[in-house]
Ligand binder design. Structure first.
Ligand SMILES: Cc1cc2nc3c(=O)[nH]c(=O)nc-3n(C[C@H](O)[C@H](O)[C@H](O)COP(=O)(O)OP(=O)(O)OC[C@H]3O[C@@H](n4cnc5c(N)ncnc54)[C@H](O)[C@@H]3O)c2cc1C
Length: 366
């Protein structure tokens, strides 16, 4: 059996790895480069039980455990490390705590820590680009093939139901099954099959090179910006880089993933916030100012499983803010489904059939 995976983000890489573990022939077709989009620009934060009470809980717990396991199994260093997480806020001007020293010594005065919300048992981090690349490299070392190319369609049999392969800029690449894992660009696949809508939500981020000065403390802070509360997230990683993000917005998704760029004003506002958080976040320490689009569905849950009214067509996308966390369990479960492995986990909450398919004429009008 040969499976084509469309998209070389973290979901495509993990699916390739687990399919190879079932001995299935795999070709990954990626338009730009591995981890070119959100999978290379995310924070990389992982939490074991922050999805408790939601349909994502079992997937997240399994995936959190798989991250620890893969760090032992796969060659390469992507900075997997357990970490602590805190919530808090930045005291605004006029607040009596404005000049009080922060309990975390590396933060500026007035950064108030309210609560510890994660421990080294329950929260961890990876460098997402390095993780995605290492998993893809491992899949390739196990026999998967990685090709650069733009998927432009799906090819089916004469009845129009069974996948025969994909079209890559006019050329046919044959397969017995196809997995759509193109992040927010999976929306394009709704032209080719009955798929619910997938949207892209943009977030800017700044990455600082602060070496070993910042300990393994993730921060979830409220920041008062001219009377409005803004949530800001700080993720120090094992390689000495610290990823900081805030100010998500809705923006048109560029057709070419390589054309994604941050909004200049959003980056300027974010930089002011970062400089307020710690004297370590100085302009000369910036190593990236970037943006990426998270894939989001109508009900906020991912689409993982078989595409309705088709044979051999699968989708894995819409992981929103938890794509790095949930990629290993997604890849594992999807590979089990494709390999018809009876031990597979329950993917029913993520069944693409739960949402109405997008009307393809809406896409042609874009
Ligand atoms: C600022 C930010 C911070 C985040 N932080 C975290 C975090 O801390 N923890 C966490 O768990 N998640 C986080 N996320 C979410 C996470 O990044 C995403 O959910 C995840 O990366 C989505 O992975 P993906 O493989 O589905 O999509 P993508 O990474 O978007 O990959 C899709 C791939 O498909 C390719 N492609 C597109 N069109 C085509 C085509 N026609 N043919 C071939 N290939 C194509 C693209 O080039 C791309 O490489 C964050 C997201 C953002 C934006």
């Amino acid at each position: 059996m040969r499976v084509i995976i469309c998209g070389g983000g973290v979901i495509g890489a993990c699916t390739a790895w687990f399919l190879r573990r079932h001995g299935i022939e795999v070709i990954v077709i990626e338009r730009t480069e591995v981890a070119a989009a959100a999978s290379g620009k995310a924070g990389g934060f992982l939490a074991r039980d922050w999805c408790a009470g939601s349909p994502l809980d079992a997937l997240a717990r399994r995936s959190f455990a798989l991250h620890a396991q893969l760090a032992q199994e796969i060659e390469g260093d992507w900075g997997y490390r357990p970490m602590t997480a805190y919530s808090g806020f930045v005291a605004p001007d006029g607040d009596p705590r404005r000049n009080a020293p922060s309990p975390l010594g590396w933060l500026a005065n007035g950064v108030v820590i309210a609560q510890r919300i994660g421990t080294t048992e329950t929260t961890a981090i990876v460098h997402p680009r390095k993780f995605t690349s290492a998993v893809m490299n491992a899949a390739v070392a196990q026999g998967a093939e990685l090709r650069v190319g733009r998927i432009t369609g799906i090819v089916r049999d004469a009845n129009g139901t069974t996948a025969k392969g994909v079209e890559v800029e006019g050329s046919l690449v044959e397969a017995d099954a196809v997995v759509i894992a193109m992040g927010p660009w999976s929306l394009l696949a709704a032209q080719w099959m009955r798929l619910p809508a997938v949207y892209g939500q943009r977030s800017p981020s700044i990455v600082y090179d602060v070496g070993t000065h910042v300990p393994a403390d993730a921060l979830f802070l409220e920041y008062d910006e001219d009377g409005s509360a803004v949530s800001i997230e700080v993720f120090p990683r094992a390689d000495g880089s610290t990823h900081i993000t805030a100010l998500s917005d809705i923006a048109p998704l560029p057709l070419d993933p390589a054309a994604v760029a941050p909004d200049v004003d959003a980056i300027a506002r974010l930089q002011i916030m970062c400089e307020r958080l710690s004297p370590l976040f100085r302009p000369e320490k910036i190593i990236a100012q970037q943006a990426c689009f998270r894939p989001v569905t109508e009900d906020g849950l991912p689409l993982i499983g078989k595409v309705p009214q088709s044979e051999g067509l699968y989708v894995a996308t819409g992981h929103n803010v938890w794509g790095i966390l949930n990629a290993p369990a997604t890849g594992e479960a999807l590979a089990q489904l494709i390999a018809k492995d009876a031990t597979r986990g329950d993917l029913s909450p993520f069944d693409p059939a739960r949402l109405r398919p997008l009307d393809p004429s809406l896409l042609q009008a874009r």
